[in-house]
Design a binder for this molecule. Structure first.
Ligand SMILES: Nc1ncnc2c1ncn2[C@@H]1O[C@H](COP(=O)(O)OP(=O)(O)O)[C@@H](O)[C@H]1O
Ligand SMILES: [Mg+2]
Length: 198
């Protein structure tokens, strides 16, 4: 039997990485084979895209999106799919929905971005950890450098709304990320338990 492909998404600071780790521990404690991974990956392509994000490298917005896609294609083929086919559950810390939500917050052509990203494997379960912009800003100390606070809030609001809209279109489960990490984790465990019963 195939493993399940579970992705966790949300605004920066929502607790996506925290919850991915907690879920991995939970599934492992239930005796299920689990593999925790994240995007951008640690591959050479992932490293390149991270250096664009940290402004070490200057690349056009579309070239950056193609790098994310190249990283994703490689990640799926070399890591995710081989694990799933061995019956190992894969938890991915950020996937296509983060790309699309943050893409909406930038001035990239959305139709183009959506087209190239929706060609990738859909997860068996997608979870959005939802927080308002104010919580994102307070937990990340305003990492998206260069923007004024007002613009940052406005951008984060657009990105949050994009996640919420996608949750309807792609049947993603939304959990309230303003609760404690343990409470958010319990909520996610319930959702994942239901998936595993199917
Ligand atoms: N539910 C939560 N309540 C309060 N703080 C949290 C919560 N989840 C995560 N944090 C804290 O917020 C920061 C960002 O968490 P992280 O999991 O790295 O978020 P993300 O991966 O979504 O950017 C960390 O300092 C983390 O300890
Ligand atoms: Mg993270």
């Amino acid at each position: 039997m195939y493993g399940r492909f579970i992705v966790i998404e949300g605004l920066d600071g929502a607790g996506v990485s925290t919850q991915s780790k907690l879920l991995s521990k939970y599934l492992t404690s239930k005796g299920l084979k689990t593999y925790l991974t994240k995007e951008p990956t640690t591959s050479i392509i992932g490293a390149l895209s991270k250096s664009v994000l940290s402004r070490e490298l200057d690349l056009s917005a579309r070239a950056l999106q193609l790098l994310f896609c190249a990283d994703r294609a490689n990640h799926l083929e070399k890591e995710v799919e081989p694990k799933l086919s061995k019956g190992i559950n894969v938890i991915c810390d950020r996937y296509i929905f983060s790309t699309l939500a943050y893409g909406i917050g930038s001035d990239i052509n959305y139709k183009w971005l959506r087209g190239i990203n929706l060609s990738f494997r859909m997860p068996d379960l997608g979870i959005v950890v939802d927080i308002p912009p104010s919580v994102s800003l307070s937990r990340t100390s305003g990492e998206s450098a260069g923007l004024q606070l007002f613009d940052q809030r406005e951008k984060l609001q657009k990105v949050r709304q994009a996640y919420l809209n996608m949750s309807k279109e792609f049947h993603l489960k939304v959990v309230d990320g303003t609760k404690s990490p343990e409470e958010v984790g319990k909520r996610i465990e319930k959702i994942v338990d239901r998936l595993l019963e199917k």
